[in-house]
Design a protein around this ligand. Structure first.
Ligand SMILES: [Fe+2]
Ligand SMILES: [Fe+2]
Length: 191
């Protein structure tokens, strides 16, 4: 599916409240809504000028909601859903959040992964081979994808207050206005 407006994306993010990365709740200890807010808040702190990176952090796991039980494909589902609305860079950063995990598992095996992320790493292809890692490093967005991944892995704290979703509506509107492939008339969520 393809999201056609900031409104539609905000509705989907609100629907992440009480939704989990695994339908039986055996996975990470925070729901997708809290995880999205924590990831975006960490990136806002470490990269205050990079709204696209923050927004990529906000939406990176919506694939779990779009197609539950497809862990291996969740990054691609999310990237495909936001591509037209948020543009190439955000979509690519979202797509890279699983490869970045596989990369970090190879180059810094002591990098902190949650129990659930360790479990799903196998289904996602396991650590990268050295050839795969070298190819990953050539991606112009590799460094940003690693920054996103580090925020992702730190954003699983039960009870941490990371603000409210509504704070992101304006930022999503700005990123969409600058990068969207959709006709302008569809982007008016922040007038
Ligand atoms: Fe993910
Ligand atoms: Fe995540």
């Amino acid at each position: 599916m393809e999201l056609r407006s900031v409104e539609e994306l905000m509705d989907l993010l609100y629907a992440c409240r009480g939704a989990w990365d695994t339908p039986d709740r055996s996975g990470d200890p925070v729901d997708l809504h809290d995880h999205a807010l924590q990831t975006a808040a960490l990136l806002r702190r470490s990269r205050p000028a990079d709204k696209e990176l923050q927004v990529a952090g906000l939406v990176h796991d919506i694939g779990h909601l779009l197609q539950p039980s497809d862990d291996a494909g969740h990054a691609d589902h999310a990237a495909d859903a936001v591509h037209a609305l948020l543009g190439d860079r955000v979509a690519h950063l979202v797509r890279l959040h699983v490869p970045a995990k596989r990369y970090l598992a190879t180059v810094s095996p002591d990098h902190d992964l949650s129990a659930q992320s360790t479990l799903t790493l196998r289904a996602q292809g396991g650590p990268m081979s050295h050839a795969e890692a070298a190819a990953f490093e050539h991606d112009p967005l590799a460094d940003d994808a690693i920054t996103l991944r580090q925020a992702d892995d730190a954003a699983k704290v039960v009870g941490l207050d990371a603000g409210v979703l509504e704070d992101w509506r304006t930022v999503l509107g700005i990123v969409a206005a600058q990068n969207s492939h959709l006709p302008n008339s569809r982007l008016r969520a922040v007038d």
